[in-house]
Design a protein around this ligand. Structure first.
Ligand SMILES: [Zn+2]
Length: 363
């Protein structure tokens, strides 16, 4: 947005964390600004963390844009945006109104309520078809055909499976897929179709478990016997250049796996179709993908297909995906994986990443 300015101007200090009244905005500026004893040209403070134009713009993105995300059934979008063309039109408390002047004057921007593009909240053709039971099968067939397979063997990273329990003993049977009466409540298992949920990322397993400090936790380390063949839904699907955001199967599948329980009816059917196609399981992006990688909510989706398609960005986009590895059936009982070790797992610290945002003023 401020690229037209010379680099040295972009890096000059224009404000500091002490310039702001709103505490959340101050903290955001403290996180982004740099320590420097020079006098702030705006508020004359020497102790505030100093902000260049670039950093001030970053503060605006974090606090106003990322801090205003609205999560939909599928997808998400920021409620507030800014640009160089619009006057500020958001309704906000008086302290923040004063604070916003610093952004308006230094960056030449105005803040406004953003009208999202419909694909951002899931209005995507393949996703709409998946939601329609009459059209669902056609898209599921495409998913099975167009996504690649990935083999996982004993030479890959081990898989972890965590259980909460009381006084579990060293017995591999406790770590297989849940018994029949508990089936149907997970993302991929259904009545009569058990699934073992694992990941090669131990911290991700703890997140997925929604474990708390007081829980008694056990972790089994699992090694595949031979080679297991998975449908890989965690990749960025290469799509024809003529495909728009509104037609993208790639974005539809990504949103589906980042959605909550309301998506399970569809993911159960994808899971059964993969089983019928001969796969041992599915690799899929985690609901906690963004949180685990310390990213902004749905950042990958907000930038849409353009980011997911450009080759040099594909490595970055793929590194945003934390992988879950689900194995069909009862793989321990069936001898598809062996339990290498069982250990107790103590949580010593639980930490959250967060960002602060603006709250709308009452009309
Ligand atoms: Zn200042």
């Amino acid at each position: 947005m401020i690229l037209h300015l010379k680099e040295e101007v972009q890096n000059n200090t224009v404000a500091c964390s002490e310039c702001f009244c709103d505490h959340g905005l101050q903290l955001t500026a403290v996180n982004i600004g740099i320590e420097d004893n020079e006098i702030c040209p705006n508020c004359k403070s020497t102790v505030g963390k100093k902000l260049s134009l670039n950093q001030l713009e970053e503060v605006a993105y974090h606090f106003f844009v990322y801090g205003s995300f609205i999560f939909c059934d599928y997808g998400a979008f920021p409620e507030i945006q800014f640009n160089n063309y619009q006057e500020t039109s958001i309704t906000i408390n008086d302290n923040l109104k004063k604070d916003i002047r610093i952004f308006e004057e230094s960056l030449g921007i105005g803040l406004f309520y953003y009208g999202p593009r419909a694909w951002m909240y899931g209005d995507i053709e393949p996703l709409n078809d998946l939601l329609d039971p009459d059209k669902r099968n056609k898209v599921i067939k495409r998913i099975i055909q167009e996504y690649p397979n990935i083999k996982i063997t004993q030479n890959d990273s081990p898989l972890y499976r965590i259980r909460k329990g009381e006084n579990l003993t060293y017995n591999s049977k406790y770590f297989d897929s849940p018994p029949d009466q508990f089936l149907g409540s997970g993302r991929l298992d259904s009545k009569g179709f058990p699934v073992l949920y694992t990941s090669s990322d131990l911290e991700l397993c703890i997140h997925e478990m929604r474990a708390a400090l007081e829980d008694e936790l056990y972790v089994a380390t699992l090694i595949p016997e031979g080679s297991l063949n998975f449908l890989d839904l965690s990749i960025i699907l290469k799509e024809n250049e003529s495909i728009t955001d509104f037609e993208s199967l790639d974005i539809a599948v990504n949103m589906l796996f980042l959605a909550g329980k309301h998506a399970y009816e569809i993911t159960h059917e994808i899971s059964l179709a993969a089983k019928n196609a001969g796969y041992d399981g599915i690799v899929y992006p985690s609901y906690f993908s963004n949180a685990r990688k310390g990213l902004m909510p749905h950042q990958a989706l907000v930038y849409g297909i353009s980011n997911r398609r450009i080759p040099q960005f594909q490595t970055i986009e793929h590194s945003k995906v934390a992988q879950n590895i689900a194995i069909f059936g009862r793989p321990i009982l069936e001898g598809k994986v062996k339990v290498h070790s069982i250990n107790k797992l103590m949580l010593t610290k639980v930490s959250y990443n967060y960002l602060l945002g603006a709250v709308n003023e009452e009309e």
